[in-house]
Design a protein around this ligand. Structure first.
Ligand code: ADP
Ligand code: SF4
Length: 692
């Protein structure tokens, strides 16, 4: 380990517990939770193996009135939930880490779709997650009952074996305790509303009662959002200082951040590493208790600086621990240059929103630790001395090359252009997406150290070239191209197009600035349409962003980018036109069509950039298939398409495809069912009778 990183490995006392180092995996959602418990537990266990001193759950509901169905978070409603927790705790303890649980009641931010119980809140209010349904105002009995639920959940958590139990008041309107603290959600006139002291009363009671219940055995952490970035309407520094000052020594640990979640897990296009420091740094001045905070920390020097300058005692991480579960071990072993740095794309947060096991753009093994037995640092050895050729050095080709080389095969990587990275290199040339190039950097850095890898740029291969190379296994990772004919989910047939008006998204990313005004037509609904519009508008071009959807960049709700994108586009004066398809593209104009009525609207523009769908660049693959009878004579056994060449998708999917190729090579994997399922059903179980 580098001498100056030693401080990161100093133990620290947290209440009655001691963590072995300063690496603290803060609570984070993962889309697995109670629904896929083995998947979740193995994922947490692997992180503990990777050296994190503390591993926490995601938020864990304490009662059926706090039901987030269809989301798949943790639950601790009664003893029948304990087995899931015990499984996770065992995995974490086996690796010498502490296990923490983030208990929550979500108040007005619930669905209760499963339980059909009435939502409740400090004051009567519409719920945040259901339409046309309200939360009722809690009376004094409700508050007393809620305190009992928290106490019982804390006792259950101790029984399960947790070391750290959270009282959670953060992430904006998502938590009931925070709803009590905020002026805009607490309009009570009793001793739980009005003055700051009154609004904090319930949090104080729950903290004290949790300490009283389990404080001798477990550390009690308080997670508190010190600023909602809403000025005086929301939590702000003035109130937060009073709150931290008044509760200073009650919890054993302060876990502090900013709200809402989109400001906490800030996407890299809107903020850098350590971006919360200015907001949270006051906390340590007001308490003697340890403080943990996050900031997408991936650089050990930045982490050291946070501790030495007295900003934080513990380096909190959700995303960096997802992108590289072995980040602490790599620092400990002096291998910091091997850290797989989070790119801040927030593909991981979509798992929570869309209720599927989380995936990570950088780490293809995330979520597959149990399901497929994929370990982030271990991979089965090569089954033969066969050689492998990978054609195309985009994210899938780079990952395939790296993982195949990790297995011990000799690999050749041929890339047509003068740099590796493919679409990632291109997309990250757009200023907002600059950090995404870490996908390529991480892999090219490691490949340059491998003696069993030969990699070449400016090496475009055709079928004859591939046959001539004579590698036993060939992976075609030649990517995809954006369509110019506007065909996508909205236009199943191409509209009439005056071709010279149309500019490829790739050309804009390669530095072409089309003649304005430019219409970006986005039928992809993720980040690229908005990013191109932002880039062109920042370069001084007049931009009209058109989409057939009801909103632009709609899928970015799930990656927490949505509101930031909307704000930025509007600040750049990008004109946004929704619910419109393209009737025709003429010379100097576009005839738009309302998606509902077909009503036309003419917009005069100099160019159109369609971001609709992509075609696989699979000519090379098809040529090789045609020449299959020549393979054996040239020593070729298999030719496979991977990544966008196989099917265009996200960068995460391309990386995953490359990794899967390497894991499958010469392995007896059942292609029809390549993963384990969690579909236990206990036949013969006897349930209690209902009253009759
Ligand atoms: P993916 O996302 O699947 O990795 P990309 O489009 O990012 O796909 O990358 C594909 C890469 O393949 C590009 O860098 C491209 O230059 C390269 N490529 C395409 N055709 C050939 C070829 N015939 N020989 C070598 N490289 C190629
Ligand atoms: Fe980071 Fe993106 Fe992976 Fe999330 S999905 S951990 S933001 S690289």
């Amino acid at each position: 380990m580098e001498e100056n990183h030693r401080i990161l490995f100093e133990p620290l006392q947290i209440g009655p517990k001691t963590t072995k180092n300063r690496f603290y995996q803060v609570p984070h959602c993962n889309g697995m939770g109670h629904r896929w418990p083995r998947t979740m537990a193995e994922m947490r266990g692997v992180k503990a193996e990777g050296g994190w001193g503390v591993i926490c759950t995601e938020e864990c509901s304490i009662h059926p009135t706090s039901d987030l169905t269809p989301a798949t978070l943790m639950r601790l409603w009664d003893d029948s939930d304990l087995a899931v927790h015990e499984l996770m705790i065992r995995k974490v303890h086996d690796q010498g880490a502490l296990a923490g649980i983030q208990l929550v009641h979500n108040g007005q931010s619930v669905s209760n779709y499963l339980t059909r119980m009435a939502p409740m809140a400090p004051s009567a209010t519409p719920t945040d997650t259901m339409n046309s349904t309200q939360a009722r105002a809690m009376d004094k009995d409700d508050i007393k009952t809620l305190r009992r639920w928290f106490r019982e959940a804390a006792l259950r958590s101790r029984r399960a074996g947790y070391d750290i139990v959270y009282v959670y008041a953060a992430h904006g309107l998502m938590t009931l305790l925070y709803q009590f603290m905020l002026k805009r959600t607490n309009q009570r006139s009793d001793e739980y509303g009005g003055s700051l002291e009154n609004r904090v009363r319930l949090v104080r009671e729950v903290l004290e009662e949790t300490k009283d219940a389990i404080g001798a055995d477990c550390a009690v952490a308080f997670r508190f959002a010190v600023d909602e970035l809403l000025g005086s309407e929301g939590m702000n520094v003035a109130e937060a200082e009073d709150i931290v000052g008044s509760l200073a020594e009650i919890p054993d640990l302060w876990d502090v951040n900013v709200a809402d979640w989109s400001n906490d897990s800030l996407p890299s296009r809107f903020g850098t590493e350590g971006s919360q420091e200015d907001y949270v740094s006051f906390v340590k001045k007001l308490t003697t208790k340890p403080v943990v905070g996050v900031g997408r920390f991936t650089s050990p020097d930045t982490m050291v600086s946070q501790i030495k300058r007295g900003v934080l005692d513990l380096i909190g991480a959700a995303r960096p621990s997802i992108a590289d579960p072995f980040l602490p071990k790599k620092i400990e072993e002096g291998r910091s240059d091997e850290i797989r740095e989070c790119i801040g794309c927030n593909m991981c947060t979509s798992g929570d929103y869309v209720a599927y096991p989380m995936r990570c753009t950088q780490n293809p093994t995330m979520g597959e630790e149990w399901r497929k037995g994929w370990h982030p640092e271990k991979i089965p050895a090569a089954k033969s001395n066969d050689s492998v050729l990978v054609v195309g050095g985009g994210p899938s080709g780079l990952e395939a090359t790296l993982a195949v080389s990790n297995r011990g095969y000799d690999v050749t990587l041929a890339e047509a252009s003068d740099q590796f990275g493919g679409r990632v290199a291109r997309e990250s040339s757009l200023p907002p997406l600059r950090q995404w190039n870490r996908v390529a950097d991480y892999r090219t850095n490691l490949l340059s150290t491998r003696s069993n890898v030969n990699s070449f740029t400016q090496s475009k291969l055709d079928a004859a070239g591939v046959l001539e190379m004579g590698s036993a296994h060939v992976a075609i990772a030649t990517g995809s191209s954006w369509r110019l004919d506007c065909v996508g989910s909205h236009h199943r047939f191409a509209p009439e197009i005056h071709a010279p008006m149309v500019v490829r998204p790739e050309d804009v990313m390669n530095g072409v600035t089309p003649k304005g005004p430019v219409m970006v037509f986005d039928d992809d609904h993720y980040y690229l349409g908005g990013s191109i519009a932002e880039h062109l508008a920042s370069s001084g071009v007049e931009v009209v962003l058109v989409t057939p959807a009801a909103e632009v960049s709609g899928w970015t709700h799930f990656t927490l980018e949505y509101e930031h994108i909307q704000t930025r586009l509007r600040n750049l004066n990008v004109e946004i036109i929704c619910n419109k398809g393209i009737g025709s593209i003429g010379d100097g104009y576009v005839e738009l069509e309302c998606v509902f009525t077909g009503k036309p609207r003419r917009v005069d523009v100099g160019a159109v950039v369609p971001v609709t769908s992509r075609s696989s660049d699979d000519n090379l693959y098809n040529e090789l298939i045609k020449r299959q009878d020549e393979w054996a004579d040239n020593g070729i056994k298999t030719v496979v398409r991977i990544g966008d060449c196989y099917v265009p998708g996200t960068i995460a999917q391309a990386v995953y495809g490359g990794h899967e190729y390497a894991r499958s090579l010469e392995m007896p994997i059942d292609k029809d069912m390549p993963f384990r399922r969690e579909n236990d059903f206990e036949v013969g179980k006897v349930w209690p009778e209902f009253p009759s």
